[in-house]
Design a protein around this ligand. Sequence first.
Ligand code: HEC
Length: 263
Amino acid sequence: MSPISALTARRGPAAAGLWRRSLRVGPCVLVGALALGTVGCSVKGADNANVIVGKQQFVSKCGSCHTLARAGTKGVIGPNLDAAFAASLAEGLKRSSVRNVVEWQVKIPNPEGAMPKDLVAGATLRDVATYVSKVVGRSGQDKGLLASAVPAPGAGQPAVEKAGKLQIAASPSGQLAYVTSKASAAAGPVTVEMPNISGVSHNIAVEPGNGGATPSGAVLGASGFVAKGTVSVTVTLKPGSYTYFCQVPGHRQAGMYGTLTVK
Ligand code: HEC
C-alpha cells in the first residue's frame, strides 16, 4: 500500500468523503496547475488560496521535516513528499485531492508519528495545501512570483569577523541553511554567534577543512542548540579553511553549512 493510500485507509469514512468533495474544483486551480507561475490565478487560486504565502509557510513550518523539490526543502524526518505522492499521481490522483490529503494530514497527523498537530490552520492551511498540491512531484523550478517567495538558502552577504566576533544567523524562514554560506575571520580566538528566530532547532559547529556536507575533520567546537534565541561557541583558529555546520541530524546533509576562511 502506498503511503498515501495508507493515509486515506487509516482515515476511513472521512477520507472517502474527501475524495468525493475534492471533485469540485474551481477553474482557477486548473488554470493555476497548468500555468504555474503566471500571476493571477496561480497566486489567488480556488477559494482565494495564496500560494506565495503557502510556499513561505511550507518552508517555515514543514520544510525542516519534509523534502519538496520545488520548495527547495530537504528535511528528512518525515516522508519525501514528492516521492510519497508520485505513485498516486501516476495512478491518476487529482491534485485537488492531494490538497485535501495534505489538509487532513495537518489536522490529524498519525498520533504515533513525529508530526505535530495543527502546525498551520484556517486560510494558511489552505494556502499551504494548495501550494503543495500544485508543485508536488513536479521537476523544474517555481516561476514568477513564486520563484522569489523565499530567498535562496545561504545567498546572503558573507559574514565578516569584527573584534573577535562572527555572527552567522540561521535562516529566519526555517530553511535548513544559514543566511550565508561564506564567512571570514582573522586568526586567533573567534566567537561564532548564531541567532535563530525560526523556531526550528539548530546549532553551529566548526571543523577544519572544506568538506561541505561531508565531515572533514574533528569538530573544534560546537554551540548549544536553540529553536528561538542565540547561541555561540568560541574557537581558536589558525589560517586556513574551515566548515561551519549544524549538528541536528540531517541538517548538514540538507545544506546547512558554509565555508569559513581564516587569514
Ligand atoms: C517535526 C517534523 C514534521 C513537521 C514539522 C511536519 N511533518 Fe509532515 N510528517 C512528518 C512525519 C514523521 C510523517 C509520517 C508519519 C505521520 O503520518 O505522522 C509526516 C507525514 C506527512 C504527510 C503524509 C505523507 C505520506 O507519505 O503519507 C504529509 C502530506 C505531510 N506530512 C505534510 C506536512 C505539512 C504540510 C507540514 C507543515 C504544515 C508538515 N507535514 C510538517 C513529520 C513532520
